[in-house]
Write a protein that binds this ligand. Structure first.
Ligand SMILES: [Zn+2]
Length: 308
């Protein structure tokens, strides 16, 4: 996958996200071919790393560990490939370019033969082990897609809207935010993304805007009509601990749209995922999601949204 910059241009740098021992790992491929008449592979390595770290910061992610992960270093003990000595809470990092530089400089000596006289390179394949609030270890495709583009509704903005809503009930702001998220969802789904590129052509596009919309709509309560409990806690960032889920698995044709998505408390989410009663739950949740979507859109005076 390629990182798309804020102007909608794909950078020449390849990354992926995979599950790694119960966590998520972002892999940035190495860059090579500089100045030898060859096309430079992953030539935007540096700017891509910076952009990815910045977007992870927006998500309040923790960089648990960072390792060089190239073919000829993979046999080395983890301790000899490590780029940071302790986890980094990205929300607290004020200078992302500096962090990026440190991560690159730390790569130089790794895997270098002792007789080498030149500096090692700083564009190696790296593996960033992450903790990202709201993303489980199996959400690798989702995180990869979300990181590809800029966050249209920033986490801070979502928290703000959400807090106003919890204090005062649905407000003009929260409805407007909901609709703005919907607009982004529709645009992206239609492939008319205002200069942005669709994230991938083959996979369904899973949008952060859609998840944000559902969290805002939930008002911090489980949307299962048989539950309705207040989320058991908030995240470090201040968003309710609710799992935003597709009622129907997206692989089975569920749409990446808030009218088919629901915010569930951890208990209800567990039942929906592996409870014996889950099949009876689906139609109820689907109806609840559609109804809540309609209510929110109608309050905001934009009933057209529900006909799509
Ligand atoms: Zn619940």
């Amino acid at each position: 996958m390629k990182v798309i910059d804020s102007l909608g241009r794909p950078l020449n740098a390849e990354y992926s996200v995979e599950t790694d021992d119960g966590r998520l790992a972002l892999i940035l491929e190495s860059s090579s071919g500089r100045g030898k008449g060859r096309t430079r592979r992953n030539g935007d390595y540096g700017s891509a790393l910076e952009l990815l770290l910045d977007r992870l910061k927006q998500q309040a992610a923790v960089l648990v560990s960072a390792l060089v992960d190239s073919r000829n270093t993979r046999s080395l003990p983890v301790a000899d490939r490590r780029l940071i000595d302790k986890p980094v809470e990205l929300a607290g990092v004020t200078d992302i370019p500096k962090l990026c530089k440190d991560l690159r400089n730390a790569q130089r000596p790794i895997g270098r033969k002792s007789e080498a006289t030149t500096h090692g390179n700083s564009v190696k394949r790296i593996r960033l082990i992450l903790n990202v609030p709201g993303y489980g270890p199996l959400d690798h495709d989702l995180l990869a897609a979300d990181l590809a583009t800029a966050d249209e509704i920033s986490a801070e903005e979502a928290v703000q809207i959400f807090n106003t809503m919890v204090d005062n009930g649905p407000t003009v702001d929260s409805n407007a935010a909901y609709l703005r998220c919907l607009e982004l969802v529709e645009h992206r789904a239609a492939g008319n993304s205002g200069g942005r590129h669709a994230v991938t052509a083959s996979k369904p596009i899973r949008l952060q805007a859609a998840r944000r919309a559902v969290v805002i709509r939930s008002g911090g309560r489980c949307e299962n009509p048989d539950c309705g409990k207040v989320a058991p806690d908030v995240t470090d960032m201040g968003l309710p601990v609710l799992e935003v889920d597709h009622v129907e698995d997206i692989a089975k044709g569920g749409r990446d749209h808030p009218e088919q998505m629901i915010a569930l408390c951890p208990n209800c989410h567990a039942v929906k995922t592996r409870g014996r009663t889950r099949h009876a739950m689906y139609p109820k949740l689907l109806a609840a999601a559609a109804q809540r979507h309609k209510d929110q859109a109608v309050i905001a005076g934009d009933v057209d949204e529900t006909s799509s």
